[in-house]
Write a protein that binds this ligand. Sequence first.
Ligand SMILES: Cc1cc2nc3c(=O)[nH]c(=O)nc-3n(C[C@H](O)[C@H](O)[C@H](O)COP(=O)(O)OP(=O)(O)OC[C@H]3O[C@@H](n4cnc5c(N)ncnc54)[C@H](O)[C@@H]3O)c2cc1C
Length: 396
Amino acid sequence: MAEGAVAELAVIGAGVGGCALAAQLRRLGWSGSVHLLEAGRGPGGRAATRRSRRDAGLHINHGAPLFNCTGSTPPALLQPLREGGWLEPWSGTICCLDGEGRIGSAIGDGFSDGSLYRGHGGMEQLCCGLLQIATEATLHSGALVRQLQPLPGGGWRLLGNNDELLLECHWLVLSGTLLAHPRGPALFGWPEVPLQAAAAQASDPQLQRACAALAAIDSQASSNLLLTLPAESAGPWRAQPFQLLQCNPAAQARWGLRRVSIQPLEDGRCAVVAESSTSFAAEAQGIYGSRSSAAQLLGAHANPQAEDAAMDTLEQALQAALGLPTAGADRQLMRWGAAFPQPPGLPPELSLCAASQIGFCGDAIAGPGFGRVEGALRSAEALAGQLLLHLGSELS
Ligand SMILES: Cc1cc2nc3c(=O)[nH]c(=O)nc-3n(C[C@H](O)[C@H](O)[C@H](O)COP(=O)(O)OP(=O)(O)OC[C@H]3O[C@@H](n4cnc5c(N)ncnc54)[C@H](O)[C@@H]3O)c2cc1C
């Protein structure tokens, strides 16, 4: 962006919510400048795909491996995403493991009912497609926003981790909760919750209420073991009659696993993602994968020994529960500190604080699909409709 220029809209986060907001604004005919600032290496957030520069054939959906839509009317963005070839129906089989090690039919876990979809070629394709629909949206990857400053005449100044100016904008949307929740200060030693510090200067009662509701959102964590099995030991995994294995409460209690996703790779290898149970993740609090964005971008302390021990436990649990080999597997730990927001979330009537020119979208907004990809899409579509009225009147 040219020095001194002010973006019409800045969106913090290029996960499903942030990318969907930019896409839907374009579909509604808005042509102003939109900049997405993303702390991670690329778009996707919790629906990202891990790739490797050194290993072109490797791709692992390390957050959501698929998503479901349950409402009677699907999110409006599904159709252009499907037409553009970014999305496809998920046609695998889902089974459920019980506490005795028996594998049976799928159970209702909130993530498996309705219509199932996945990104074509990897879950990150969902966000790539949304960014394509959001023509001329500018994505700034590796851009952690650390401070929000309201500007005297309206609008916002965004600062990075070293107090450097990242961007100034008329309107701001937060699509993740990191800047609004006490876990930011707890994790990274920040002296304040950035949004609360900004709201204290803005003196807007609606924003104060939104701040309080966002700060109160509890989330469950997930510590995921990512395995890449060489072709020699991938066979039994690839031959399983399911691609997604839920663990019922007894199985979760016994093995510390919540769900296992089998992701065959084109070259004969197989990626396996073992998602931990909530209680395992709570015990493993503070153990971040050394390659997680919390460790790499935000400076969370990495502890290789604790990380190895957590991976050993999850790998042994996987072997014990399924009796399948993991010999020779490359393994990584991925901890999602706030994997699953818990209800009630942010009331939708607080998702646009027009007096402060700030809005909120993402899966933490209360409503259909809350805590899932569907909710991130729907909240962004709803916010785009509301925002359009203001963007149009202020900027045309
Ligand atoms: C292990 C796991 C399994 C899941 N399984 C499913 C499933 O089966 N089905 C389903 O529907 N959903 C599933 N989900 C949930 C789903 O992934 C989320 O609901 C959805 O991806 C949320 O999108 P979002 O845009 O709201 O948030 P996010 O994806 O979290 O996006 C927020 C983005 O903002 C960025 N960000 C945050 N703060 C800052 C900052 N200060 N500066 C710059 N960038 C910032 C983050 O890096 C992130 O990319 C799963 C999640 C996890 C973790």
